[in-house]
Design a protein around this ligand. Structure first.
Ligand code: ZN
Length: 116
């Protein structure tokens, strides 16, 4: 008999490919194990991770917020003066900067680049 699904949560489970459990080395012979003892400290198979955070070395680390969805990034590519060279509101052509500015505010129509 192989191990039972609940073996994963049992204090007797050996977590060993050759030894299923301390009481039933080859697994219980029944569908339900009389010796099953739920391990209160058992960790779920997958650690629950809140959005914007993940476990690293057992510690919950906050990840930087992902600001842009792929759709938003595509839209940015289509409209942002960094990529189009034009103001998205008035089409005023921006000069070719050698070093692109952080904010591409438009001096013509007052468009404010708030993407960064
Ligand atoms: Zn403009």
């Amino acid at each position: 008999m192989p191990k039972l699904p609940e073996c994963d949560r049992c204090v007797l489970y050996a977590r060993n490919p050759h030894l299923i459990c301390a009481v039933h080395p080859t697994g219980p012979n029944t569908d339900t194990c009389l010796d099953f003892r739920e391990n209160p400290d058992a960790e779920p198979d997958e650690l629950w991770e809140p959005e914007g955070a993940s476990y690293y070395n057992g510690e919950l680390i906050l990840q930087p917020q992902q600001r842009w969805t792929p759709e938003q990034q595509l839209e940015l590519l289509d409209t942002h003066p960094l990529f189009t060279g034009r103001c998205p509101r008035c089409e005023f052509p921006f000069p070719q900067y050698e070093t692109p500015p952080v904010h591409w505010d438009c001096s013509e129509c007052g468009w404010i680049d708030d993407s960064v």
